[in-house]
Design a protein around this ligand. Sequence first.
Ligand code: HAM
Length: 414
Amino acid sequence: MHDILPEDSPYWEKVRQEVFEMAKFYDFGYVETPVLEFLGVFEKSLGVASEVVEKEIYCVKTKGGDEFVLRPEGTAPIMRAYLEHGWESIPQPVKAFYLGQMFRHESPQAGRYRQFHQFGFEVIGSEDPVSDAELILIAMNLLKDMGIKNLICEINSLGDKTCRIKYKQALKDYFRNHIKKMCSNCQRRFKANPLRILDCKEEKCKEIILKAPQILDFICDDCRSHFKKLIEFLDELEVPYLLNPYLVRGLDYYTKTVFEIYNEEKRSSQSALAGGGRYDGLGEILGGKNIPAVGFACGIERVIYEMKESKARVPQKPMPKIFLVQLGDLGKKKSLKLMEEFRKHNIFVSESLSKHSIKSQMKSADKEGVKLTLILGQKEALDNEIIIRDMTSGVQETIPIPKLINEIKKRLKA
Ligand code: HAM
């Protein structure tokens, strides 16, 4: 877990700004679910054998004996909210986006935290592949607008519940002859869910995985046609993509489309910047009816790392053109009030209100390279006046405080 410090705030600001603008354009509504949920929300949906539920969930027990978990992801809570608030009865699809902390007890390493942030976009109530394409387009364009280059989207189809049964059996038959040579994780996955073996990054396992049966040979006509239409949309949109027949993703709720977005140059060495897919069965798993849905989420810490690597342009702190120097108790009191006046008129002024000596305040004004310095001493405060010093010419003038805002506007314009 880590602190987010002021030096990174321009990056966070840029990410938030881009996410909210994109959401507004495509008409997604902001949803914020609690950080705590019941374990059942994730256990049933992500799968008891998924890495996340098996090893990474943080459990919280209250003194009264209630048990909760810190949410590891945002999709299941959004579907929980959809069912809880009766969104089935509002016009479909429901388009929702979110941004917030997620918690997974993973082994900390570069780009992998135990508390991290995601933003995500979900379209609930649409089975049309155009929604899958719209979300991939949004994810790719958001990352591009944040200043990240060389993006590539890996996609695959996992079929539906029925096609997957046949595929899982074919995988079992294939891996049965190789499993003794594979890592202990794969041996465990072989029993729990052979699909997960395809996720393994161990070299010795990867060689075996490369010859495993491919899901696209097992999916039904309906799933095949959905996938074909999605690819046609991506071609039309000129989204750079790569078909990866072994992309399975780590969560059980996926059906049909799955995708992950990478920086192409670092694809082999780095984890995905964003991941998503279709989860048509999740509504039913959580106690609703069959609700088609698709979405993606993006890890903000990973995005900010990439933004820094790509030297992305981020909002800069505005440079103040004015510095306010104050002296004595009365000067200080009036200064604070004056600062509020500047704020109302949108005039950006720098100050050192906690300092006492005029010398050190003038030094700060010099360092900031301001055009004007305002000096409000005890005498000026009593007379309701202020000194304006032009920092280039060194000329000073005393003017009544009620005329200050207009005078400053005039001088800054000049
Ligand atoms: P996910 O692939 O588990 O999918 O996470 C999405 C993104 O969150 C990852 O691509 C990565 O950028 C980031 N991420 C995941 N774990 C960590 C971590 N420990 N530290 C830093 N970043 C991390 C989901 O969460 C799904 N809910 C996505 C989705 C939305 N599917 C459909 N709709």
